[in-house]
Design a binder for this molecule. Structure first.
Ligand SMILES: Cc1cc2nc3c(=O)[nH]c(=O)nc-3n(C[C@H](O)[C@H](O)[C@H](O)COP(=O)(O)OP(=O)(O)OC[C@H]3O[C@@H](n4cnc5c(N)ncnc54)[C@H](O)[C@@H]3O)c2cc1C
Length: 330
């Protein structure tokens, strides 16, 4: 890997001051698991790396909102999220998604900020031999190539899938991120944080090169039910083939409103309003869950090798809904 300068800032403001405006010239590093891999493979070769391990890593009540909610520091570990008693009780879709990330070692090393900001796993993007669209080339090699793990939603022109298992339930809960840049902090709805390739081909988020994520803010909970369900190639340390997170706001046994989000099927966490509409105003049973799951994949489009992902995404949605409702997952 190319030699680089290492900066160890004392606080979040110093971290921001050490960054710059040019993409990939100076990069923040948290656990380093994703970034160091990209550097070793010459996908990015920053001149300077800014250590973010010293950022706030606490998980605490959101003091800015009297009505409740939780504030998760970007340096919190994925394992801290999985094990946190209040998250397990009030935000189970997040706890279970965190619990299934990688392996215990990966969860103990990977941070929340790094997880949300990790780059796509596309093997053409990750291979320096392929000068793909996302790296300034003229084509997406997945279109005529090996595309079994690529997107079934989003319509390209680059067919990556979003990799963060935490972003999916966080969006289902309506979470926001606090970003800090030279001009001060700003809060962004996580549902508007990620960008499609036709909005931002060389990056995946609205974050500027001189901004960092410092916190994730979960809104207060009400009468609700929620769950995540993911499908993997096998029970191993790999990323999911599809992940569904469901958040149902309840009026006794009836769903008042729902948020259904899919991961690993589109370049961004993919909200499926069609499924949400099916659930609103209904009591959940298996037939309703199947109807919503069918609606969830209505707009999916397969490439040559990934049609199977449509069925998997449908199953993940159905099972997440049943799990959220406390019904047997068939
Ligand atoms: C074998 C394996 C299996 C995995 N399985 C899963 C899985 O199933 N689900 C899942 O979600 N993840 C999975 N991961 C990913 C793992 O969780 C992430 O690599 C990890 O969370 C990245 O965190 P990090 O702290 O090491 O980030 P880093 O590698 O330090 O950073 C990742 C990226 O984010 C940027 N960055 C980091 N922190 C910030 C910040 N606060 N603000 C702005 N930019 C920042 C960096 O510049 C870099 O581009 C897996 C990883 C491995 C190695």
């Amino acid at each position: 890997m190319k030699a680089f300068q290492y900066v160890n800032p004392a606080n979040e403001r110093e971290a921001v001051a050490a960054l710059g405006t040019e993409r990939n010239r100076i990069l923040p590093m948290a656990g380093g698991m994703d970034l160091l891999g990209l550097m070793k493979d010459y996908i990015v070769s920053p001149e300077r790396v800014v250590n973010l391990k010293g950022l706030d890593g606490a998980i605490a009540a959101d003091g800015n909102r009297q009505s409740g909610g939780l504030r998760i520091g970007a340096a919190a570990k994925v394992a801290d999220v999985a094990e946190h008693a209040e998250i397990r009780k009030l935000y189970p879709a997040l706890a279970s998604a965190a619990e299934e990330v990688g392996t215990p070692q990966i969860r103990n090393m990977g941070t929340v900020g790094g997880n949300l900001m990790q780059r796509p796993r596309c093997w053409y993007f990750r291979n320096e031999e392929f000068h793909c669209l996302k790296k300034g080339g003229s084509r997406c090699f997945a279109v005529d190539g090996e595309n079994q793990y690529h997107a079934i939603f989003g319509d390209g022109p680059c067919h990556i899938v979003h990799p963060s298992s935490l972003a999916v339930p966080l969006i289902a809960y309506g979470a926001r991120v606090r970003a800090l840049g030279p001009g001060g902090p700003r809060e962004i709805d996580l549902g508007e944080f990620y960008q499609l390739p036709n909005q931002n081909l060389y990056g995946e988020t609205v974050l500027q090169p001189n901004e960092i994520v410092t916190h994730v803010i979960l809104p207060p909970t009400g009468p609700q039910r929620s769950a995540s369900y993911e499908v993997r190639v096998k029970q191993s340390h790999d990323w999911p083939l599809a992940l569904a997170s469901v958040h149902l706001m309840m009026d006794r046994d009836v769903v008042r409103s729902a948020r259904v989000v899919l991961g690993a099927v589109a370049p961004v966490p993919w909200r499926v309003p069609g499924a949400e509409r099916v659930l609103a105003g209904r009591a959940v049973n298996e037939a309703v869950a199947i109807e919503a799951a069918v609606a969830a994949v209505a707009g999916a489009r397969a490439m040559s090798g990934n049609a199977y992902k449509i069925q998997i995404a449908k199953t993940a949605v159905k099972r997440a809904i049943l799990k959220a409702a406390g019904l047997p997952v068939a």
